[in-house]
Structure formats: C-alpha cells, structure tokens
Design a protein around this ligand. Structure first.
Ligand code: FES
Length: 141
C-alpha cells in the first residue's frame, strides 16, 4: 500500500486522541501511584507561648484559640475561599481574609462571604505542657 500524503495525515489524526488521553492522564496516574498521600506534621507548641486568646503560628500557618472551657482549637489559617492567609482582628474578635474579605468568627465558622465553608480545624490536644497539633497539608480548598 502506497503511503500518500492524505493517508499519512489521516493516520496522524487517527492517533491524536490516544496521544491526548495519554498526556492528559499522565499527571493523574502519577499522583495516584507515586504520591505520599496526605502529608502530616506533628506540631508541638509550649502552652506558655499561648499568652492571648488567639496565637498565630507561622509554620505551618494556623491559629491556636483558647476556648472558654479550657480546650484548645487549632484553625488552619488558609481561607477556604481561595487559600489566602487570614488575619486575626482582636478588636472585632474575628478572622478576616485580606484577599476578598471573607470573615470567620473565633470558632472558625464563616460569617461573611465569598467563602461558603468554615476554616479547617486541625486535630489538637494538650499533652503535658504542650499543645500537640496534627497538621494536615494539601487540603482541598
Ligand atoms: S481567598 Fe479569602 S476571601 Fe477569597
């Protein structure tokens, strides 16, 4: 069978979907097969460092909130709208996102949009004289 120009281009077009699907699915399979899963980090914070009701931790970014019942709340500082780092406003006692203005109350509950979800709560407990936070990276925002 003679290879004409028409047949040559036709064979390229025939294999184009296979190449497209292969190159688009490569990142997906790479993530599934070789990812380490959810990356976690145990963060230890001395209790004596918690001098106010809300303490900002820079790495990983989170706030430690002392609740009234002597419990500890660890809130991820990433805004659940698009991931900016929220700030604590001590005068209003709320968290405010500098990017689009979402607001969260002291418990991390969203009180003003555009976000529709509360801040992520990290598992935290007090062991001896430290707050132990099991910080989880790679949340879906
Ligand atoms: S990223 Fe926080 S409001 Fe948009």
């Amino acid at each position: 069978m003679k290879l004409t120009r028409r047949r040559f281009f036709r064979s390229i077009i025939d294999y184009l979907p296979v190449v497209a699907v292969g190159s688009l699915s490569y990142p997906f399979f790479r993530f599934i097969l070789f990812s380490e899963g959810l990356k976690r980090e145990k963060v230890l914070i001395p209790i004596k460092r918690l001098i106010s009701i809300v303490t900002k931790i820079s790495h990983p970014p989170m706030f430690i909130v002392k609740e009234k019942n002597n419990k500890i709340l660890a809130l991820d500082s990433h805004c659940t709208h698009m991931g900016c780092i929220v700030n604590y406003d001590p005068d209003k006692n709320i968290f405010i996102c500098p990017c689009h203005g979402s607001e969260y109350n002291i418990d991390g509950v969203n009180i003003r949009g555009p976000t529709k979800r509360p801040l992520y709560k990290e598992p935290a407990k007090i062991i001896d004289d430290k707050v132990v936070v099991d910080y989880i990276y790679y949340k879906i925002l």
